[in-house]
Design a protein around this ligand. Structure first.
Ligand SMILES: *Cc1c(COP(=O)(O)O)cnc(C)c1O
Length: 326
């Protein structure tokens, strides 16, 4: 399967099921869900799968300190802090912006999990990491950097192997699309590689949640293709991906990262009221809002079978009460 070592951080396999009420209400394809919000690591999420490979490498390198970066309400940072705590490692989080007045959601959990927080102001993508790492080295520590969003080859392998897990759980031959929120690209690159390894025909349909990602020198879709290729090389899988192998849907970025719009609010309340499932305002509600819109506008046929990959994130709901209730 995936010929690289990992450690166990979560409770896999995560559940899979049909969203009967939602499917019926929307009158379109049958909608399935993969519950990676239930990976179990300090309220769960998709970063758990990535960290199982990444932190295995950290331990192999005798790291005693983990350093990573993210947004104030980063789910990646929360899960990294929890994994570090579980492994007895010190954890430093480099968070964009300045310390908010109200400590809530993931930021509260980061603190409970014992992470040391560095406020990075406008250096939102981990630009301060080298400086912090060199300070830690001077203190005699052996720091290990987990990339933004856990999106490197190790992280992507977590999602290549997740498709093998899915294959054990349901008949994927009838599956036409897998839809999910895409942001740093590791989830999508891994799913693309897993699909190729399993010779599947379903479409890996990433919904881009962050406008900023498209104005870099390299396009986000190119970053995803490159990561899928380097991950394939890492395990000598012999798979090649081109830009047009990447289905990245940027129709739903709205007003930008973390800005809650009508589609997100509708998706959160629909999933909560129809299915008793919580989405998060930043990632999964944007992706589900996209999926709902695609169904309403006739993108899928009635005979399609679509799987929504729930990537977690609900802890940030608590920091969006004002936007959600207005
Ligand atoms: C990080 C994250 C994503 C995006 O995954 P990437 O691998 O970074 O593209 C989606 N949903 C949630 C809840 C996340 O925390």
């Amino acid at each position: 399967m995936i010929p690289l070592n990992k450690i166990k951080l979560g409770f896999m396999p995560t559940p899979v099921g049909i969203l009967e009420s939602l499917s019926e209400m929307l009158g379109g394809p049958e909608i399935w869900i993969k519950r990676d919000d239930l990976t179990g690591l300090a309220l769960g999420g998709n970063k758990t799968r990535k960290l199982e490979y990444i932190l295995c490498d950290a331990l192999a390198n005798a790291a005693d300190t983990i350093v990573t970066a993210g947004a104030v309400q980063s789910n990646h940072c929360r899960q990294t802090a929890a994994a570090a705590a579980q492994l007895g490692l010190e954890c430093h989080l480099v968070l964009g912006g300045n310390e908010p007045e109200n400590i809530s959601g993931n930021l509260l959990l980061d603190r409970m999990l014992g992470a040391k927080i560095h406020w990075a102001g406008s250096n939102r993508k981990g630009e301060d990491i080298p400086e912090i790492v060199s300070q830690l080295r001077q203190q005699g520590k052996n720091p290990y950097i987990v990339p933004y969003g856990g999106s490197n080859e190790f992280g992507a392998l977590g999602f290549a192997s997740a498709l093998f897990e899915l294959d054990q759980q349901m008949d994927t031959s009838k599956l036409s699309h897998i839809v999910f929120a895409s942001s740093s690209g590791g989830t999508q690159a891994g799913l693309m590689l897993g699909k190729a390894l399993l010779h599947k025909s379903y479409t890996i349909h990433g919904i881009n949640i962050d406008k900023d990602m498209s104005c870099k020198s390299k396009s986000f879709a190119q970053i995803i293709a490159d990561l899928a290729n380097s991950t394939s090389e890492k395990i000598q899988a012999g798979k090649r991906f081109e830009l047009n192998d990447v289905t990245l849907d940027s129709n739903y970025v709205g007003a930008g990262y973390g800005v809650v719009g009508d589609k997100e609010i509708e998706a959160i309340s629909m999933l909560a009221r129809q299915e008793g499932i919580l989405l998060d305002p930043v990632y999964t509600a944007r992706a589900m809002g996209g999926l709902i819109d695609m169904i309403k506008t006739g993108y899928f046929s009635k005979h399609d079978r679509v799987l929504f990959w729930h990537t977690g994130g609900a802890p940030s709901l608590f920091s969006y009460a004002r936007e959600l209730l207005s």
